[in-house]
Design a protein around this ligand. Structure first.
Ligand SMILES: O=C(O)C(=O)C[C@]1(C(=O)O)C=C[C@@H](O)C=C1
Length: 402
């Protein structure tokens, strides 16, 4: 694999000798951020020491990518029917681009004139719309699973990836936080997209005829009230456009899909109801990922995403977050995820034997650019005083246009 030397910002305690870093900074709490320019292979070796099997796991496909939501029934009927002939529809679904799969990644065309952007789902998915918002002339490349979206960039089959990370109604997409850590891509941008869901059905179907509705679990959650009113069975699918394609190809009048108006057009379905989400302001935030980081500036508002772990102790998270408050840096997101390689930390309490604590990773977005000294000082402080591990996932312009 043709991996190039990459520039990464990495802060951690005592990694200097392993990394060949040019500057390890001082131990002062206000120390400047240690910026390492390092060789990706060295970085991997170092991370391997700290995380054991993490590096190896980064190339192991996720066992179960099938979406699951409590209270949402999953059915064999939602498995993709790639290659199946659509029944009774004028659209030839076989002419649409086929999603990449882990085993079926093909090479990019040699003409590098267009940016190729991978996304999870089928044409008409919101992730595709997000890719086109970020790069209006890009070539969008559909992938079956999130894991393949990452691999498509890592294997140089595409230039960028777009990844949903949170929704204003449904909250975080936890799987994608975990994948961000397991892979070595950089966040180079974000896209905020207004998501207007439609209820789709076979041509000529009435809304009242619908008995079950297929969609992505996030989309089902975002339309909870309307689905309760209809009293329909909910069935989860990999993505909204995939649900629309499924309804089109199975030809069952009683089954509808929640998807975009564009998906209705692509798969030849009728729009039975529009803007069916519970909250009119239904915004999904997507991340743009690339092999190389961008160089952040101060010309416009920037956001920086980091992930870190902390030592165990009372008030440690409070103290860690104070490094931002002390410098008037606003936090726009905090998410904690179990540290899967280190599920428990054992603390020796002299009288009572050993106490066990769950170990967590903290993902934080803060509103400052890594080009700003206050952001560099905040991360230097966090790294020197509190963090066992710290990685900058990216520093990128804030998307302010809906
Ligand atoms: O299924 C799609 O169309 C997607 O792009 C995925 C996704 C998500 O994962 O949240 C994106 C936006 C909507 O919030 C619903 C689903």
């Amino acid at each position: 694999m043709a991996l190039k030397c990459a520039s990464l910002w990495v802060c951690a305690r005592n990694p200097c000798s392993n990394l060949g870093a040019s500057d390890c900074g001082s131990g002062n709490s206000g120390a400047a951020l240690i910026s390492f320019k390092l060789d990706l292979e060295k970085f991997r070796k170092w991370e391997c020491c700290r995380f054991g099997a993490l590096t190896q796991q980064a190339i192991t496909p996720v066992e179960d990518e099938k979406p699951h939501m409590p209270g949402v029934e999953s059915s064999g009927a939602i498995e993709r029917t790639r290659g199946n002939e659509p029944r009774g529809f004028h659209k030839d679904l076989n002419l649409l681009p086929k999603p990449l799969t882990a085993n079926g990644l093909s090479s990019s065309p040699s003409d590098g004139s267009k940016v190729r952007v991978a996304y999870q789902g089928l044409p008409g998915a919101y992730s595709e719309a997000a890719a086109l918002k970020a790069y209006p002339k890009c070539e969008t490349v559909p992938c079956d699973q999130f894991e393949e979206v990452f691999k498509a960039v890592e294997l140089w089959l595409v230039d960028k990836a777009v990844l949903p990370i949170e929704n204003s109604v449904g909250g975080s997409i936890h799987r994608n936080y975990d994948l961000l850590l397991r892979h070595r891509l950089h966040i180079v941008g974000e896209v905020q997209l207004q998501v207007n869901h439609c209820l789709l059905g076979l041509p000529g179907t009435r809304k009242e005829e619908i008995k079950s509705v297929l969609s992505h679990p996030m989309a089902l959650a975002q339309c909870d009230m309307m689905l309760c009113d209809l009293g329909v069975l909910r069935i989860s699918a990999y993505d909204t456009a995939g649900a629309a394609q499924m309804v089109a190809s199975t030809g069952v009048r009683e089954t509808g899909a929640i998807a975009s108006a564009k998906a209705a057009e692509i798969y030849g379905l009728d729009i039975l109801a529009e803007k069916i989400q519970d909250d009119n302001d239904n915004i999904t935030r997507f991340l743009i990922l690339a092999r190389e980081p961008i160089i952040p500036g101060t010309d416009r508002p920037y956001k920086t995403s980091i992930v870190f772990t902390l030592e165990e102790g009372p008030g440690v998270l409070f103290k860690a977050l104070s490094v931002f408050a002390l410098r008037s840096i606003n936090l726009s997101k905090i998410e904690s995820r179990p540290w899967k390689q280190h599920p428990l930390s054992v603390v020796d309490n002299s009288n009572e034997g050993s106490a066990k604590h769950f170990d967590y990773l903290f993902f934080i977005d803060f509103e400052a650019s890594m080009a700003e000294p206050r952001a560099q000082h905040a991360l230097g402080h966090l790294q020197q005083e509190f963090a066992r591990f710290l990685r900058v996932l990216g520093s990128y312009p804030i998307d302010t246009v809906l």
